[in-house]
Design a protein around this ligand. Structure first.
Ligand code: MN
Ligand code: MN
Length: 417
């Protein structure tokens, strides 16, 4: 970049970042002209950007990149953000759940998410579903149970940061433990999944003729008279006893399942750590049972950037669980959009579309990258350019030799490294 054009770019950024009242009209005019000359994009004068009609100042302030887009944004890109705060909360005695699916975020076709809270003793009742279930504990502790395809029992306790995975059709339950239960994020390998459409033990029993149930169990029909008449979904129960006792009685004569349906994320070192953050990649190469969903758990420190990259193998479903950031999705054909993210937001990037995630806050930005795939895969802009003949790259981007040589040779994942 020449000195003059560098100055233009700086002026333009300053114009966009500073409050309009602090700028003179001469600065605005020169910044506008620079924008037009450089990219053909007209960022508009201060008057053009004004918004004298009805506004929602709270939402505008929380979404600066929508309200006042960067000059590189252009054209229509399908909305790729939905906050869990917009989702209906389904309240029960014992906890609650809320979901973000394709019905809320229409671009999100491959995966859906549920945020769930259980009190100490609160139970997400015994159930299964057609989708596979991946989960991460966000707060507190829970006991999970399931049986494997051979009917063998699995019971374990899950703490903050731990994962679990239940394949399609595997029956399971989740129960909050002392002192304050838990909250967790569930991710399903179907964008159209619904928490309202699962096979529930109580619902099934309530919709089976009582004489058939009695015959099935070999008991008197009167003994089943107190069964719930409709589904429980989430309900309050007592806090369970010691884990070892639950494991022993559930296993019975058949023994424990040899399959580990849980993954202790924090027991291993991060896959990659730089001075700007770290990433933990957990796919079926390490978490054997998780054959339908792969994950990357990312931390970006203030000022850091999850570098420009894309995923050749799958769409990415994101969940932001700490901090603030922004992401631009480049959607081909000159289209690009930048959106702002904070705790509780879901993001989505269609397969192969380039993107980055930048920490724009003062605290660590933490988010999940989720994929409907048995394996994690990404390619970074820096590694692409580093492993392409340099003259070819220079001919495209008009870079001098010193700049080319300075580009990172390998994927850093989180920069600056
Ligand atoms: Mn489930
Ligand atoms: Mn990504």
């Amino acid at each position: 970049m020449s000195d003059a054009s560098e100055k233009d770019a700086l002026t333009r950024r300053k114009f966009l970042g500073a409050s309009s009242t602090a700028l003179t009209s001469a600065t605005i005019l020169s910044a506008s002209l620079a924008g037009q000359e450089r990219s053909g994009y007209n960022p508009g004068s201060d008057r053009s950007r004004s918004d004298p009609g009805p506004t929602n100042p709270g939402l505008d302030e929380a979404n600066p990149d929508s309200n006042n887009p960067v000059p590189t944004d252009a054209g229509g890109v399908q909305t790729f953000k939905y906050p869990f705060s917009f989702a209906h909360k389904r309240l029960h005695e014992g906890g609650w759940s809320r979901e973000v699916t394709q019905r809320e975020l229409s671009v999100a076709t491959s995966l859906a998410g549920v945020d769930m809270r259980l009190t100490a003793g609160g139970v997400r009742e015994l159930h299964w579903h057609n989708a596979a279930e991946w989960a991460m504990m966000l707060y507190g502790d829970a006991r999970i149970t399931c049986i494997d395809p051979q009917g063998k029992s699995f019971v374990t306790d899950i703490k903050e940061g731990d994962l679990w995975f239940f394949p399609t059709g595997i029956p399971h339950s989740i129960q909050g433990l002392a002192p304050d239960g838990c909250e967790f994020l569930l991710v399903f390998d179907d964008g159209n999944f619904s928490e309202y459409a699962t096979v529930l033990l109580s619902d099934w029993m309530a919709h089976t003729p009582p004489d058939v149930l009695a015959k099935n169990f070999g008991v008197r029909q009167e003994a089943l008279a107190n069964m719930p008449k409709k589904e429980l979904f989430i309900f309050q129960a007592g806090v369970p006893g010691p884990l070892e006792e639950d494991r022993r009685v559930a296993a019975g004569a058949l023994g424990h399942s040899p399959i580990d349906f849980a993954f202790r994320t924090t027991e291993d070192a991060p896959t990659k750590r730089t001075r700007s953050g770290e990433v933990r990649i957990v796919d079926s190469s390490r978490f054997k049972v998780s054959t339908a969903i792969a994950a990357a758990i990312v931390t970006v420190k203030p000022g850091g950037l999850r570098e420009l990259h894309w995923h050749p193998n799958a769409d990415e479903w994101q969940y932001f669980f700490a901090g603030k950031g922004r992401m631009t999705v480049f959607a081909t054909g000159g289209r690009a959009r930048t959106m702002d993210f904070e705790t509780g937001d879901v993001g989505y990037i269609q397969k192969t579309l380039p993107h980055y995630v930048e920490n724009t806050g003062a605290t660590d930005l933490k988010f999940l990258e989720m994929f409907k795939s048995s394996y994690y895969q990404d390619l970074a802009l820096s590694e692409w350019l580093a492993h392409t003949p340099p003259e070819l790259v220079a001919a495209h981007l008009h870079l001098d030799r010193a700049t080319l040589d300075a580009l990172p040779r390998e994927k850093a994942v989180i920069v600056p490294d």
